[in-house]
Design a protein around this ligand. Sequence first.
Ligand SMILES: [Zn+2]
Length: 347
Amino acid sequence: MKGFLERLQNGGNIVTAEGYLWELQRRGFTQFGSFLPEVVLERPSAVRNLHEEFALAGSDVIQAYTYYAHREQLKRQGLEDNIEKLNRDALKMAREVANEHGKLMAGGLSNTPLYKPDDPKSHEIIAEMFKEQVEWAVEEGADFMIGETFNCFGEACLALEAIKKHGKGVPAVITLTAYFPDRTTDDVPFTEACKRLEELGADVVGINCARGPDIMLPLVKEIKAVCKGPVAALPVPYRTTSKQKTFQSLTDPKTGKKVYPENLDSVRCNLSDIRDFATAAKDAGIQYVGLCCGNAPDLTRELALVYGRNPPAAKYCTDHSKSFVFGDDTEHYGEEMLKLRKFMTGE
Ligand SMILES: [Zn+2]
């Protein structure tokens, strides 16, 4: 099996499924608000199933579900005593599924509420939190580390430093999150932030979460223009617009009310949207592609297909020609089926 860096050589690409928190919420196992991954301890089979579904859909990566499993978030919710077990269990499970399906396994670091640009003490605390997560990930066999959803350039640098210092040489993917402005909340333009992260040794840099495909891609193209190495794009599959650039700002077309977090289904991207995004990203030379919050196996499958994979789930791609109402042999069933079609479509 090709390693992480090997896959990216000569313009190669990696398709990755993120969005565990959101999809597990939809299935009844995580909570909007606390955003905790306690499902790893309480119902591990739910996490394992989703890993397998993403593997069958064509993701090259099984990302351990340790999002927000850092010490601060678990402490806030009274789960600090379980931190090591939760992280290790999640990593072990991801490693097992990755091995079964010939995939890469990724550990992860994510943003914290603690980072203050001018407070070195906060940097020290975060560095310690990242250190233990990197060490657990490496001990459990991660092929690479993802540091993601950083709104501050400074905190992204701490994540990269932790991976470089404690990661025993595992590659690092660092993705920042772009909200409304095209700059981090510590006021670094994303183009510059990504360039600097690359210079500091990140193997892949780019953007994940918050923005939908149409709004994220132009920014990622700008980043690609200033970076030398592979660039990442992992939008949320929601129809964000130039006026509502983030999924936190989207409103329901019917009611006009904000839909984040629990009513986002009314503005979700469909399969065609994702195929269009994947095609545009591939044409733009985006080498590390995926979907974030809102992702599901069917959307990952579309992405994987456009990026040239032929996953087992491809056999279930839509084939309307097989329908006895809309298909090729509808006329075989005579007038009744043609009438039924007219009743269905109103045509
Ligand atoms: Zn996300």
